[in-house]
Design a protein around this ligand. Structure first.
Ligand code: AMP
Ligand code: MG
Length: 405
């Protein structure tokens, strides 16, 4: 068993750059509006019409001429949303109008129903409006030809509403990356089994599949393989053949059964095999001749999910066409002291909250790379520079926000 890795150590920034420059969007397709949620737009979208197209009342009331000083106005008719007026408003007249109704010709203001007394077909205004009052002019919300959504934006509720508004029913989106997930290890059993002595349930496969889907990608294939060279090689090739990205977990350390790196060497080019990063130093990244990406993630459950979060998620987002692949960063104040790692930047799992007028953070307890409970409930990763010193309570540190606070 060699005691020194053959792979040079790269920094977090170098690793991220090597990955992102090799992750390019995969191609486009059109999906029906109702299926577009969570996808990334492949084209800029513009408004096809002014909205509103005609001046529109923003309240229930009476459409009048702003300068009209007649005592009582004859009510000519009623206009509701979607129906145009027949009459022309002249001095001495008004049209009863409902919210969303198109302003009748001649009128230039609407007085709210609460400020009008109507008796025997005549309206007495208790308030003299200024021109344009309670009227939404044409193009107030959108103007024809205006850019409304940019390529690379994620389609959420508001974006979907806007696509519907501008009549974009076959939405141009980037294709979802297809991902193969392979858990490796002789000690793994399926989650529905009781592990015999010395074994553990395979949690990484399920956690990584969920993280993949949360990053907007889809699972093309998944499996478990034993630490057997022939079986592993077949599984890795099948995974690569079925997907754009292969994620393996386990088997990237220095042990005698850690076979992922040598096998990757036979089917791809390894760009790095070690990162100065905690948890998850042995993270490995390779690409095939066809440009597929392969990540050898460490086996410890926390290491595999944290390396996914910091290195794989941005790659999947970029492959999937996202313009923004980074989590937001904020500065947070430590609620308790933290000891930093001597040499590696460390990503500690934490709970960030808004407390007494600022963001503060406390970690999730023991930060062991085997302890999934250190991620459960975390909404941030504290990005701690190395140095090996104790940061006192109150120190400001960077945090990557993972979820809603
Ligand atoms: P390895 O990197 O293969 O040496 O794995 C390190 C440790 O991570 C193993 O001893 C297991 O306890 C754990 N581990 C590896 N793969 C998984 C998995 N798929 N699910 C849960 N734990 C795992
Ligand atoms: Mg293993």
């Amino acid at each position: 068993m060699p005691r020194v890795s053959a792979y040079p150590m790269v920094s977090v920034a170098e690793a991220a750059q090597m990955i992102l420059e090799r992750a390019q969007p995969l191609g486009t397709e059109r999906v029906a509006l109702k299926d577009a949620r969570g996808r990334f737009l492949a084209q800029d979208i513009t408004a096809d019409e002014d909205l509103p197209g005609l001046p529109r009342s923003s309240v229930d009331g009476y459409a009048v001429i702003a300068g009209d000083d007649a005592q009582a106005l004859e009510v000519l008719e009623e206009v509701t949303a979607g129906r145009l007026a027949h009459a022309q408003v002249r001095r001495g007249t008004a049209v009863r109008i409902m919210t969303g109704g198109t302003l009748p010709p001649g009128a230039d203001a609407v007085v709210m129903v609460e400020e009008v007394e109507e008796t025997n077909g005549h309206a007495v205004l208790q308030h003299r409006p200024r021109a344009g009052e309670n009227v939404h002019p044409p193009g107030m919300d959108l103007t024809r030809g205006q850019g409304v959504l940019e390529a690379g934006s994620r389609i959420g509720a508001a974006e979907l509403g806007l696509l519907a508004t501008v009549g974009c029913t076959q939405v141009p989106v980037w294709r979802k990356p297809r991902v193969a997930v392979l858990a490796t290890g002789d000690e793994l059993v399926e989650p529905d089994q009781v592990p015999p002595p010395g074994s553990v349930r395979d949690s990484n496969r399920y956690a990584l599949m969920a993280a993949t889907q949360e990053a907007g990608a889809e699972i093309a294939w998944h499996a478990h393989a034993l630490d057997d060279e022939g079986e592993l090689e077949r599984a890795m090739r099948t995974g690569l053949d079925s997907a754009d990205v292969l994620l393996t977990s386990g088997g990237v350390s220095m042990g005698t059964r850690d076979l992922i790196k040598p096998l990757l060497e036979t089917m791809a080019t390894i760009h790095f095999g070690r990162v100065s990063f905690k948890p998850g130093k042995p993270l490995t990244f390779a690409t095939t001749r066809e440009g597929k990406l392969a990540f050898g993630l460490p086996g410890f459950p926390v290491s595999s999910l944290v390396t996914f979060e910091v290195f794989v998620r941005p790659a999947l987002l970029k492959l999937g066409g996202a313009a923004n692949v980074q989590r937001p960063r904020v500065e947070v104040e430590l609620e308790h002291e933290i000891r930093t790692d001597a040499v590696r930047p460390e990503y500690q799992r934490a709970m960030v909250r808004w407390h007494n007028g600022k963001f503060t953070a406390r970690t999730t307890g023991l930060q062991s790379s085997s302890r999934l409970m250190s991620i459960v409930g975390a909404n941030a990763l504290l990005e701690l520079d190395p140095g090996g010193e104790t940061l006192p309570e109150g120190t400001m540190v960077r945090a990557l926000l993972l979820a809603n606070l």
